[in-house]
Design a binder for this molecule. Sequence first.
Ligand SMILES: [Zn+2]
Length: 454
Amino acid sequence: MNLKELFTKKIGIRIVDLARRTTTCKILDELFETEYCNIDELEAIQFQRLKELLVHCKKHVPYYRQLFSEYKFDPEVILSPSDMECLPVLTKDDIRNNFSRLKADNIMQFRPKLRGTGGSTGEPLKLYHDARSHGTMWANMYRGFGYGGYRLGERYVTLAYGSLRPRKLRFGMPLYFWFQNTVTFPSYHIEKENLDEIFRFFHKEKPKYLFGYASVILQLARFLMSKKRFIDGLRAIFTTSDMLFPDQRKLIEKHLGAPVYDNYGCPEAGVLTNECDQHDGYHYNMETCHIDIADKDENGVGRIISTNLSNYAFPIVRYDTGDIGQLGRTGMCPCGRSHSKIRRLMGRQRDIITLPDGHMLHGAFFNHLPEFYQDDRITRYQIIQPAADKLEIHLALADRAKISDFDHIVKSLEENFKNQVSISLEEGNFRESSISRKHRTVISDVDNIWTVSS
Ligand SMILES: [Zn+2]
């Protein structure tokens, strides 16, 4: 470790903790203690924390007090997490409609902060995170980086926008990043000049770790591909927030020269899951959240429902994350960890296209089309399904291309879908989430079995 890394580890992160009023370092130490526990030990810790949280809900949170009484649910006598499956799932609308009743009556002792989160429809959701829950999110992130070799204090580059990087850096923000030893680049409305600047930085500084939205990192990889350039010196790339498909992963790994460790998270529900070096699923943070799967299909795939075990100010119990996946209790992974894994993460419920004949098509379908991923004149694309029989293809193009060059995509897709849908093509006009500014490749407004709750 060099001097700056040592400083960050011993002092910098602690200063950030003080400024944020979090206890990330302490929580991280606790998470390291349980990192290699066996599954029985992990489940015991998880159940104990779940029970404590639910008892707190019964005593201090008006919304849950009423709900528990309606469903004759007594957290003090539960014997396993499955006992709470009798409770309904908590939706974003439930949170909006019961906002003040979800606050604990002793909320101030948990040092809460009001936070907004973006939704796929662009509707913001506000909720309180307490200091412990906030610190836990950071600690889980650092532990997850460790799966790719990162050690606390080492420098990493952040390539993200929205919630991970405020667009306008306030006074003090540069210092905030400096103490964490991270270098950030603006990537909202990323332009070619930014990509060039990022490439030059990597070339000169040779950072070892990169963290950012998969869609932004993919944009960088596509830029490098178009220039026939490669980055070297990276040890691991941590992607987050957007679905990452196999061809995209390959492209990133080829041009950025390091393995991708994808993660999946839902911060309001306390979920932060990470790939390990086996890259076959996402170990989930069992010590600080509880996940179960609702409305499973025959393969066990269903809606991911999570309880945040750290947020006592504004407890989130059985929350519908809006994501689809499968959960596996697999015993010890070859990496040595036993945390259950989310497998077959299918992304958002709205990433699924449902055709008029009822056939469902996952968004990944489009990412496998060579028309999209092999053509470097397309710098970005998005598929929107406004109605069952309509698909819109939105493209951002390199300077030398014009939209009519891509009529063949419409033709081949119409043939693929047996002319059940009419397809239009347009340049730009992407649909963005208003809060997080995340880019989503596929957005369907058509309901499927998972968007209509049972
Ligand atoms: Zn593993």
